[in-house]
Design a protein around this ligand. Structure first.
Ligand SMILES: [Cu+2]
Length: 174
């Protein structure tokens, strides 16, 4: 009887932990969740300070991290509108919203990531093959929702290494 109680208590704790860390893939550890912190990033000052200033958007290579793509979702666009990444390596997407909830998806894949104002969402994805995908918004976000989309260009790993840093973030013709 006692054992069963412990098992139930353990499962409840596990559920709380998973909810706290993984809900909406929001990058918010359980201790901050329990402390009632509702916002980890101010949607009104995204362009002025912190991780999502304009110069930091797009593709970034950072020490001890997978290749990182930073995007801002806003009515009715993603910034930047196109990113270029290599095939076959993990790509970490980090996204936040400047206004309402948006949903970043990648056509022909099962990738989806909510963009929530006040929080940073993150997930990793490996593109197996080179190609081009549309990244539409799949969360109804207002009148212009149906035209809200970005693009991702997946280039072969070897070719990506040849790109100049300035070409990696953008989708300038190759
Ligand atoms: Cu939308």
């Amino acid at each position: 009887m006692r054992t069963r109680l412990w098992i139930v208590a353990g499962l409840v704790l596990l559920g709380v932990a998973i909810f706290g860390t993984r809900y909406y893939e929001v990058d918010r550890p359980i201790w901050r969740f329990l402390a009632g912190e509702s916002a980890s990033i101010d949607p009104l000052t995204l362009h002025l300070q912190g991780e999502f200033v304009e110069s930091n958007l797009g593709v970034a290579e950072e020490p001890n991290q997978p290749l990182t793509v930073r995007l801002i979702a806003e009515q009715y666009m993603f910034v930047p509108q196109c990113v270029q990444v290599p095939a076959g390596v993990p790509v970490r997407f980090r996204i936040t919203s400047a206004d309402v909830v948006h949903g970043l998806t990648i056509a022909d894949t099962n990738f989806q990531l909510k963009a929530v104002p006040g929080a940073v969402s993150q997930t990793e994805y490996v593109f197996r093959d080179p190609g081009e995908h549309v990244m539409p918004c799949r969360e109804f976000c207002g009148a212009g929702h149906y035209a809200m989309r970005a693009r991702v260009l997946v280039v072969p790993k070897e070719r990506y290494a040849d790109l100049k840093p300035g070409e990696r973030g953008s989708c300038a013709p190759r």
